[in-house]
Design a protein around this ligand. Structure first.
Ligand code: SF4
Length: 113
């Protein structure tokens, strides 16, 4: 049975984020602010209406965003346990569960305690 401690999906995401390990946090923020779909779309766009769960809402909101991993890495570094809302295609519950796997991957550029 999969638990947050052995969830292969979360472990795989933590591995994938290693490629951003040494990217400075300021640069991640710049990239996400410039290219993030939810930040560059028309503010009058309606939010996705078909979502029934937070996970479905995250998948719809972030679908096709070109900086999903950068967004997720940035949130893990800067919000940690206090994260809220949707970032990087994950709802906050999933990001809190991901945090332990991400931290186990070791040092980051900065802000990754
Ligand atoms: S991954 Fe999602 S929350 Fe992050 S910038 Fe892209 S659309 Fe926005």
């Amino acid at each position: 049975m999969s638990t947050p401690f052995n969830d292969p999906r979360l472990i795989g995401i933590a591995w994938r984020l290693d490629r951003l390990r040494w990217v400075p946090t300021d640069l991640l923020a710049e990239i996400v602010g410039r290219d993030g779909s939810c930040l560059t779309s028309d503010p009058h766009d309606e939010p996705p209406a078909e979502a029934r769960t937070d996970r479905e809402f995250a998948a719809l909101l972030c679908a096709g965003c070109p900086v999903q991993d950068e967004c997720l890495e940035l949130d893990l570094r800067t919000a940690g346990e206090d994260t809220a809302g949707v970032f990087g295609v994950l709802p906050d519950d999933d990001r809190r569960d991901l945090l332990m796997h991400w931290r186990q991957r070791g040092e980051r550029a900065e802000g990754g305690d």
